[in-house]
Structure formats: structure tokens, C-alpha cells
Design a protein. Structure first.
Length: 84
């Protein structure tokens, strides 16, 4: 009878130990996943900031291009008036 109780207690302790180890690996895996997601989020935020900078530069360049086109158009009008 005591032998059966001892085996049951040992089996219960082994089961608790295995369950604790299994839970620990799952928790560690979730922590690693969380760190990876946080890293990806930081990279995405940095890329978004870089994109904003590039968009600003593009807008400035387009404005400069439009200004140059207008200047060229005025010069062409002046030159064509001089030829008449």
C-alpha cells in the first residue's frame, strides 16, 4: 500500500516537473516572438520615417522642376518675341 502511494507521489512530482518545464519553454518562445515583433516594429517605424523624408525631398524636387519649366517657358516666349 505504501509502495503504491510512493509511486503515485513520484509520478505526480514527475508530471508536475514535466509540465513546469513544458510551460517554461512555451513562455520563453513567446518572449522570443515578442522581441522579434518589437524589432520588426522598430524597423518599420524607421522605414516610415525614411519614407517621409524621401517624400518631402520628392515634393521639393517636383516644385523645383515646375519652377524651372515655368522659367523656361517665359524664356522661350521672350526669345520668340525677339525673332519676330
Amino acid at each position: 500500500m505504501t509502495r503504491v502511494i510512493t509511486i503515485a507521489v513520484v509520478a505526480g512530482l514527475v508530471g508536475v516537473l514535466v509540465g513546469f518545464l513544458w510551460w517554461g519553454t512555451a513562455a520563453r518562445r513567446m518572449q522570443e516572438d515578442l522581441r522579434a515583433l518589437q524589432s520588426e516594429r522598430a524597423a518599420a517605424e524607421a522605414a516610415r520615417e525614411e519614407l517621409k523624408g524621401v517624400q518631402t525631398k520628392l515634393k521639393k524636387t517636383e516644385e523645383e522642376l515646375q519652377s524651372e519649366r515655368e522659367r523656361r517657358s517665359r524664356l522661350e516666349a521672350i526669345v520668340s518675341e525677339g525673332r519676330k
